[in-house]
Design a protein around this ligand. Structure first.
Ligand code: C2E
Ligand code: MG
Ligand code: MG
Ligand code: MG
Length: 282
């Protein structure tokens, strides 16, 4: 993909070490500029209650409105941002921005925010979360932090302590992309999650072929037996919804309901006064 586009931000696919290093430095500088110039924005994807189909939460998904490359999706810059460490200031911005946004949403709605491995390793995470909650006057249990299981492979004890601290603040913690990493069952024993998000690869064909049904059924049963709730990711059709309802899955998220969109595109999130809007854009 990157070939032919010349030496660009995403040319890390190219073989030369020098070019890869140069691309990395370029991305790093580009991201620094982007952060200081407000080029990043959050889009939101609804999580709906499976039975009522009412929206109960929105997941914040970061996008980069790059001045020359257009809208860049996170899969293209989060991994490199992870390497340069810039994912920490970016992630902190995401937490703060998400909490500012949540403060003006109807009170029954939650917000979900993705955490990166580097953020979990960074010393400032707890205070960033505490501050974002306090400054925006948010009930802590309206904030849900999503962590993918691969992230938790190393430093078990450290991560477990961190998750306990976060939950001590009243914040909820979800295990993202469940079933795609290693040692999933061990994680459930070692870490205190409130929720499991079943990865969308297990939703493929659900309701049409029976291959994934036993897995989805077992994960939901396991989660409930351990006092956790479940969200199915990547729900794209009614076949899947029928099965999820029958199996007792709590929430669904996917293109069947909506893609991730700017908050202004959801009528229920568009209630703030013009005064609030100008106050909160910074
Ligand atoms: P994720 O947390 O698993 O987020 C779900 C991804 O699946 C999103 O892609 C979403 O748009 C996509 N998706 C949702 N419904 C469907 C569906 O029905 N079908 C299909 N095929 N896809 C669906 P997106 O926005 O490109 O985000 C990709 C990943 O980037 C996220 O995966 C998350 O790991 C990461 N990410 C996004 N925002 C942030 C952030 O602020 N911080 C960090 N650290 N990572 C982020
Ligand atoms: Mg997520
Ligand atoms: Mg996910
Ligand atoms: Mg996923």
């Amino acid at each position: 993909v990157a070939k032919g586009r010349g030496r660009g931000v995403f040319s890390h696919f190219e073989p030369g070490m020098d070019e890869a290093a140069a691309a990395r430095r370029e991305l790093e500088m580009d991201m620094r500029t982007g952060l200081s110039e407000g080029q990043f924005e959050l889009h939101y994807q609804p999580l709906v209650d499976v039975r009522s189909r009412r929206t109960v939460a929105y997941e914040a998904l970061v996008r980069w409105r790059h001045p020359t490359r257009g809208m860049v999706m996170p899969d293209l810059f989060i991994p490199l941002a992870e390497d340069t460490g810039l994912v920490v200031p970016l992630g902190d911005w995401v937490i703060r921005r998400a909490c500012q946004e949540l403060a003006r949403w109807p009170g029954h709605l939650r917000i979900a925010v993705n955490l990166s491995p580097a953020q979990l390793r960074s010393a400032g995470l707890i205070s960033t979360v505490m501050q974002a909650i306090a400054e925006n006057g948010i009930a802590p249990d309206r904030l849900e932090l999503e962590i993918t299981e691969n992230v938790l492979l190393k430093d078990n004890a450290v991560h477990a302590a961190l998750l306990h601290k976060l939950r001590g603040l009243g914040v909820r913690v979800a295990l993202d992309d469940f079933g795609t990493g290693y040692s999933s069952l061990n994680y459930l024993r070692a870490f205190p999650f409130d929720k499991i998000k079943i990865d969308r690869c297990f939703l493929k064909g659900l309701g049409e072929s029976d291959e994934t049904l036993p897995i989805v059924r077992a994960v939901i049963a396991l989660a409930h037996a351990m006092g956790m709730t479940t969200t199915a990711e990547g729900v794209e059709n009614e076949h899947q919804m029928r099965v999820l309802l029958a199996e007792g899955c709590d929430q669904a998220q996917g293109y069947l309901f909506s893609r991730a969109l700017p908050a202004a595109d959801f009528p229920e999130l568009r209630r703030q006064s013009p005064v609030d809007a100008s106050k909160k854009t910074a």
